[in-house]
Ligand binder design. Structure first.
Ligand code: FNR
Length: 379
């Protein structure tokens, strides 16, 4: 209502409300290289968005929706809304305040943040900006086990409440735009704050990274790419942390079952926003079978393609307990920094709240597959 009432004073929102227009405006303002980095494989990204269109909400009437409940709990963590900020690396190429602006917006909206290993600011700096806001740390599992253990230790000390291990990026994918723009070297210089500040990483070098950044970046590339990683090695992390461990990038029900078998605490169904495998299954299409296989044995989260409140509602109805928001908050960051991220978050949460009510639900816990129909086009 507040948003509508602002119109009384002739005030129009400064940030586009439509995610499509928001994206267009952000991309116009970014350099070719930065917008290329934000992009992904066109066909997988399109598949992610189209999958949401096939599921349609069937609203129910007259069920007293005056009070609404958006909170949820994951393991022992209370989330005020079923939304977290997805880990997105190298944010200094989008805005000079980078992850600090995002952390302040997460704090003012009380939306938990998942910080990328490849952040432009250290995990300790971001924790300070977040204050008491919940945070999780995303880990890219490098070839150096001591470095992995060190990241986890630092995350624990800085108050991060869970570790998210991203499984789908053991190699960097065929990113046409980044290759065309010869962008990787620049990216590497901007996204290594956690590495350059780490005692184990520094110890592995002959000189401090500040004195010889080229050697430091070379060492990083040596250990970052890790295609020999297997399920067995994940047990190592268990021995080094008591924090819950989530696996991000699961798309097959059998892999979800493996995660349960080896004692992981949660799963994030994701295709990395369509950035890793061209031609991959849309993340939403993978969700129902995984939800069925997991059968509530552990928390299931989802990302890739969330743009509107109705998208969140659909993912929850198909079995996710919460979702991660990716690019939309980055578009807000690009256009208006901290304020832009805050507005994007407020908008999508207001949209979710209204969509939930108008669909006839007073709590997200009431959503299930009967909330939706699959309106698959007949060919
Ligand atoms: C990402 N993502 C990502 N994931 C991760 O685990 N660690 C990371 O450092 C990054 N970095 C990153 C950079 C950029 C530019 C994008 C767009 C994405 C993936 C991210 O966490 C999430 O899975 C997707 O962004 C979700 O898809 P949507 O919402 O962007 O469509």
């Amino acid at each position: 209502m507040q948003v509508y009432l602002q119109g009384l004073q002739g005030q129009r929102p400064s940030l586009p409300v439509s995610p499509d227009v928001l994206e267009q405006r952000a991309v116009e303002q970014l350099s070719l290289e930065a917008s290329g980095y934000l992009a992904g494989m066109d066909d997988t990204m399109r598949a992610n968005l189209e999958a949401f269109q096939r599921w349609r909400i069937v609203p129910r009437m007259l069920r007293d929706v005056s009070q609404r409940q958006l909170s949820t709990s994951i393991l022992k963590m209370q989330l005020p809304v079923p939304l977290l900020l997805a880990p997105i690396g190298v944010q200094s190429i989008i805005h000079p305040e980078a992850e600090l602006a995002v952390a302040r917006a997460a704090h003012s909206t009380n939306v938990p943040m998942i910080l990328s290993t490849a952040s432009s600011r250290t995990l300790e700096e971001v924790a300070l900006a977040l204050g008491d806001t919940q945070r999780w740390f995303q880990l890219y599992w490098s070839k150096n086990p001591d470095l992995n253990a060190s990241f986890v230790r630092r995350a624990e000390q800085a108050g991060y409440g869970a570790i998210v291990v991203t499984l789908d990026t053991l190699l960097l994918s065929w990113r046409e735009q980044d290759i065309q723009n010869a962008y990787l070297p620049f990216l590497l210089g901007e996204g290594l704050a956690n590495y350059f500040s780490d005692p184990v990483f520094r110890q592995a070098l002959l000189q401090p990274p500040e004195e010889n950044p080229v050697t430091a970046v070379r060492y990083f590339t040596d250990i970052f790419l890790n295609p020999s990683l297997t399920w067995e090695q994940l047990g190592f992390l268990r021995q080094h942390t008591s924090l819950p461990i989530f696996l991000k990038g699961i798309l097959h029900p059998d892999d979800a079952c493996k995660a349960i078998d080896i004692g992981m605490d949660g799963i994030i169904v994701s295709n990395h926003g369509g950035r890793q495998v061209g031609g991959a299954i849309a993340a939403l299409d993978a969700l129902p079978a995984i939800a069925q296989a997991v059968n509530k044995q552990l928390p299931l989260l989802f990302d890739s393609g969330i743009r509107r409140g109705s998208d969140i509602l659909k993912a929850l109805a198909l079995g996710a307990q919460a979702v991660l928001l990716g690019r939309p908050y980055i578009w807000g960051l690009a256009l208006e920094g901290e304020q832009g991220v805050q507005t994007v978050l407020q908008n999508i949460l207001a949209d979710l709240d209204l969509t939930l009510a108008l669909s006839g639900y007073s709590s997200i816990s009431q959503l299930d597959s009967s909330t939706l129909v699959n309106a698959q086009p007949v060919h």
